[in-house]
Design a protein around this ligand. Sequence first.
Ligand code: PLP
Length: 347
Amino acid sequence: MRCVKFLTHITKKSALLHYRSLTAASFKYDDLQETLTDKKQEKPDPNNLLFGHNFSDHMLKVEWTSSDGWGKPIISPLTNLSIHPGAKCLHYAIELFEGMKAYRGVDDKIRMFRPFENMKRMKSTADRAYLPDFDAEELVKCMKKLLQIDREWVPYSTKSSLYLRPTFIGTEPTLGVTKSASALLYVITGPVGPYYPTGMNPVTLLADPQYVRAWPGGCGNFKMGSNYGPTIKISAEADKKGCQQVLWLYGDDHQLTEVGAMNLFVYWINEQGEKELVTAPLDGLVLPGITRKSLIELAKKWGEFKVTERSYTMAEITKALNENRLKEMFGAGTACVVSPVVVSPGR
Ligand code: PLP
């Protein structure tokens, strides 16, 4: 199966790849201060991990104010945040995040998967949220130090990994809908297993055109919390119907955009009789996934079939299904890596 081949490549080739110098006035790794815990928690069983339920011992924090700029990065024991109830993130969702993974290789080395790609997206989301810029390399260096400190939290398992959640919030305690004059960037981490409790089994998706996730000129291509909160009720609808996630459609022609936490790919024989891998374009409606980008790059390198980024519709999917041309559909994302999707004309 194509998606299994992709999955194998992605998990094996996890590495610090594609460096980009994404510099800005920034906090500096050289100023990093550390306070380590003397109460290490017990690590959970790596074969029994629920996604996002466990957190490692330490976190990274950096504060920013418009008057003084960036402060010193601090690694400290994981702790609750103290936040003013008027903080802008709590009222206007001035919040963004990233989802990254670090894997322990069979050589026992710990590798982050394409962290500079996440940094590029985090910086572009920060720009859209009107939060301050930072130097990607400095944040990656700080995260590497966090990983080194909590290295025993990176599971000794090929089925699980350490998830990193860089988060950036506007903390200014005033209620005007204006730029936040203070902000906090922090990173928490935790060991994770398969995103779906069903593991690598195909997932079923709810595609209901009455719900829309993103629209032209909106923020669908940025990783902001405000894109996710409104999807939860629809995910619960999906769950009631026995589906694991929502497939977001767009437009009167019901274009397939992406799934809750993954970009969507279709592998079919197209109407011209060619083998083709299709995924929605980066036109603002979908998140520019790093797994998506990696699969496109891999598939182009393999050269075994045509690779196309274009809008495609439910009518095309139904036609391909009826003509027995639709070979596979799968989602791609950091959390699920590559996840097959059930396609059957009857549902
Ligand atoms: N689409 C959405 C809405 C997501 O939340 C994610 C996950 O981050 C993705 C796609 C996949 O992106 P990535 O491969 O960078 O994890």
